[in-house]
Write a protein that binds this ligand. Structure first.
Ligand code: ADP
Ligand code: MG
Length: 341
């Protein structure tokens, strides 16, 4: 075969392989877009675990009519314009990849009414083929509808799990987002029934109310608040006491500048800090936020953006370890001569 340039739709479908693993990844990308647009309220409607329908409506800044086609075009973004911007990016998105990828593997519609506009417009995209713009009733803000995810990619569709499993993954992502954005109201409905409602909480002191809502009283009644700064870093949030430890690592939420990440350096520092207060095989629960100069961390490591690379990993590791070790000191003293949990 001669070398040929691939058509855009196919390029998007290939990229979708990295960004859109399952319905939960679609929900994550779309809700992140809503948050980047300044939404204070996001409604998430799902059918059949998201496989049949994912509809996300927000009250954010919206998209002007003439920009709707760009929103679903590849590598088109309003969030960065230069490499310098990328180095200090403060939004959750910046790659301009999510909408074109999602639209290439679903029946997709984007409806938006920007701030100050009288009317909304809608753009439908079917398996990557965009239709015409049409006027559409809609309050200020944006709705994205994703129907029949992977309908044109049977290999992917076959990998979808049972409705409950996919819903579980979606709810887990939303829990993670809800923990980081206590002021944003999130409503989730599944097959026409409300399944979760995170009410907005005000003020910094109220953040714990959202944590309680997301994780339940087992965590919040057995945790310590942390807020420590040093070396240009700040770590704040809550760490579970040894009594709140779990048999799996399923209550561990770590954010770097508001973005949920999984990171080996972080995992190692936390494990070490807890080493002498937990039995082998027990896992600490925590909700921790690291604030760091964006220039000291690279968020452009993976298309799905749940990994980061710290410029000075050793320093971050030691800061985390020392802060947590110190916070658990009383626990350790209480254990002297006793048994770990
Ligand atoms: P990225 O988030 O990386 O910029 P996306 O493909 O997710 O890329 O979105 C493309 C662009 O569409 C965004 O940069 C933004 O300008 C616009 N957009 C997407 N979703 C929304 C939304 N819910 N509200 C306002 N603008 C949006
Ligand atoms: Mg995005």
């Amino acid at each position: 075969m001669p070398i040929q340039q691939l058509p855009d739709t196919l390029v998007n479908q290939i990229a979708a392989g990295e960004v859109v693993e399952r319905p939960a990844s679609v929900v994550k990308e779309l809700v992140e877009n809503a948050l980047d647009a300044g939404a204070t309220r996001v409604d998430i409607d799902l059918e059949e675990g998201g496989a049949r329908l994912i509809r996300i409506r927000d009250d954010g800044g919206g998209i002007p009519r003439d920009q709707l086609p760009l929103a679903v075009a590849r590598h088109a973004t309003s969030k960065i314009t230069s490499l310098e911007d990328l180095e200090e990016v403060g939004t959750l998105g910046f790659r301009g990849e999510a909408l074109p990828s999602i639209a290439s593997v679903s029946r997709f519609a984007l409806t938006s009414r920007p701030d100050g506009a009288e009317h909304a417009h809608r753009l439908e995209v079917d398996g990557g083929r965009a239709g015409e713009l049409s006027p559409h009733p809609h309050p200020p803000g944006t709705t994205v509808e994703v129907r029949d995810l992977f309908y044109n990619v049977p290999a992917r569709r076959r990998f979808l799990r049972a409705e409950r499993t996919e819903l579980g993954h979606i709810e887990e992502w939303l829990r993670s987002l809800a923990l980081a954005r206590p002021r944003v109201e999130l409503r989730i409905s599944h097959n026409g029934r409300q399944s979760r409602h995170y009410r907005p909480v005000g003020g910094d002191g109220e953040h714990l109310a959202r944590v309680a809502e997301a994780l339940g009283p087992d965590f919040t009644s057995q945790c310590l608040a942390i807020d420590h700064s040093g070396a240009g870093l700040r770590l704040h949030g809550w760490v579970g006491l040894p009594t709140a430890a779990r048999s799996s690592a399923n209550q561990q939420y770590f954010y770097v500048n508001g973005r949920a990440v999984r990171d080996r350096i972080v995992a190692h520092a936390v494990r070490q800090a807890y080493a002498d207060v937990l039995f082998h095989g027990r896992h600490p629960a925590f909700v921790l936020f690291l604030e760091i100069d964006p220039r000291r961390v690279d968020v452009n490591v993976h298309p799905a953006k749940h990994e980061v690379r710290f410029r000075d990993g050793r320093l971050v590791h030691d800061f985390l370890y020392r802060t947590l070790h110190e916070a658990l000191a009383d626990t350790r003293a209480g254990l002297a001569g006793g048994q770990p949990a």
